[in-house]
Design a protein around this ligand. Structure first.
Ligand code: CTP
Length: 407
């Protein structure tokens, strides 16, 4: 994926700088062309000579070469790069990047880079979780930068916790995924989160869905080039990728209306939302008083996935989810059939670490052709990658490369 790509690697002054030697070797092995820019402090952790030898290019530290006065242009570097990877990014550099401070070549290049920026923070655990660092990282995300989250483990300080720079293989996988444009030109609809069914102006019937799975799928597909419409019930999450258009809804009926309207112009739909199956027959205009004797009459909502299953034409792929507590495989197969899905992703609440609110999930994909594929327990982001890979394989099997013209 990285063949011929220009990767600019920015090294700031943290102990994890030593890992960048291995990282640059991996990038070169993948066929990338690499240039390195370092801060002055980074030179104390790894020598420019090492990095120049591995990257096969002179390393840049200063605004000009003190020997001959030759100018090192941050603008040219920014233009040369297809991606700018800052690894390790210390708390100090992350803070400066968030604030727009440009007091070295690495930082001026950050401000002038037009390419996507990837930031792999590395610091001690207390620094990593400090509100100032959290805020700075959020600011970088709001600039559109991709944060390659630090990993948990033993730290240089001897403490254990989150703050280690991601492993070189993980960082390369992020870049690979970025340049993987398998879904380029493909329109995907993803539903996510819960729906809220109002009882009166202050109360609703809802569920525990956090939306994490749906958002992770939307992000993964968007990163691989898809144009994603994310129809989201109320969640605390915000999608970060520019290819994602978020449509906010509250109730099952609002989600139904948006899906039915938008599905015809999509190639793929992934139904992750935990849609309420029942809604109050009547919404009270005023708050129901405590003293009232209350029975709420409910009526069934429309089944969105089933409706899209009826609307679906041959060049569309429709995927659903089944969250089950018992008789899992049987129930999931029944949903797959009755909703006319191409495949269904089953997760069982009986698996510890699966389900609402958790950051991990264990899934089985059941295909309309009867095959079952089981996956291990993984972070939801990795589950999203497995589902994206399954969709890709499915679409290639079914139609070869799907293109806009097939719509
Ligand atoms: N779904 C939907 N619209 C509904 C209910 C469910 O689109 N009104 C979708 C979900 O997004 C999911 C799939 O259908 O992709 C299965 O949802 P689930 O809640 O597991 O099952 P239900 O069909 O609601 O059946 P039951 O609650 O009886 O298990």
């Amino acid at each position: 994926m990285l063949v011929g790509k220009h990767i600019l690697v920015g090294i700031t002054g943290g102990i994890a700088a030593y890992k960048v030697a291995a990282l640059v070797r991996l990038l070169i092995k993948e066929g990338a062309e690499v240039k390195v820019v370092m801060t002055d402090t980074a030179k104390r952790f790894i020598t420019p000579l090492t990095m120049a030898t591995l990257s096969k290019n002179p390393v840049l530290v200063d605004f000009f070469n003190p020997e001959n006065g030759e100018w090192n242009s941050h603008v040219d570097l920014g233009l040369w790069a297809d991606a700018y990877l800052i690894a390790p990014a210390t708390a100090n550099s992350v803070g400066k990047m968030a604030a727009g401070i440009a007091d070295n070549l690495l930082l001026t290049t950050y401000l002038s880079a037009k390419c996507p920026v990837f930031v792999a923070p590395a610091m001690d655990l207390d620094m990593y979780r400090h509100p100032a660092t959290r805020r700075n990282i959020e600011t970088l995300q709001s600039h559109g930068d991709t944060i390659i989250d630090a990993e948990a483990g033993e730290l240089a300080s001897g403490l254990e916790g989150k703050g280690r720079m991601a492993e070189p293989e993980t960082i390369v996988a992020y870049l690979d995924a970025y340049f993987d444009t398998s879904f380029s030109g493909i329109h995907v609809l993803v539903t996510a989160g819960p729906t809220y069914e109002n009882i009166d102006p202050v109360r609703f019937i809802g569920n525990y869905s956090s939306g994490k799975m749906g958002y992770a799928i939307a992000e993964t597909l968007a990163r691989q080039g898809a144009d994603v419409i994310l129809i989201s019930g109320p969640t605390h999450l915000s999608p970060l990728h520019p290819n994602i258009r978020r449509v906010n809804v509250v109730s099952a009926n609002e989600m139904y209306e948006e899906c039915v309207h938008l599905f015809p112009s999509c190639n793929i739909a992934v139904m992750c939302a935990a849609v309420a199956d029942f809604t109050p027959e009547k919404q009270e205009e005023n708050k129901i008083k405590q003293k009232t004797d209350l029975t709420i009459a409910l009526t069934k909502t429309k089944d969105i996935a089933a409706e899209l299953g009826r609307m679906k034409h041959d060049s569309q792929i429709l995927a659903g989810f089944a969250l089950e507590t018992d008789n899992e495989l049987h129930n999931a197969r029944e949903k797959l059939r009755s909703k006319n899905l191409d495949f269904i992703v089953l997760n069982s609440l009986n698996d510890t670490g699966s389900g609402f609110g958790s950051d991990t999930n264990k899934i089985t994909i059941i295909d309309a052709d009867g095959t079952e594929t089981r996956f291990d327990m993984k972070p939801k982001k990795d589950v999203a990658k497995d589902i994206a890979a399954y969709i890709r394989q499915k679409s290639e099997e079914k139609y070869g490369q799907i293109t806009d013209s097939e719509l």
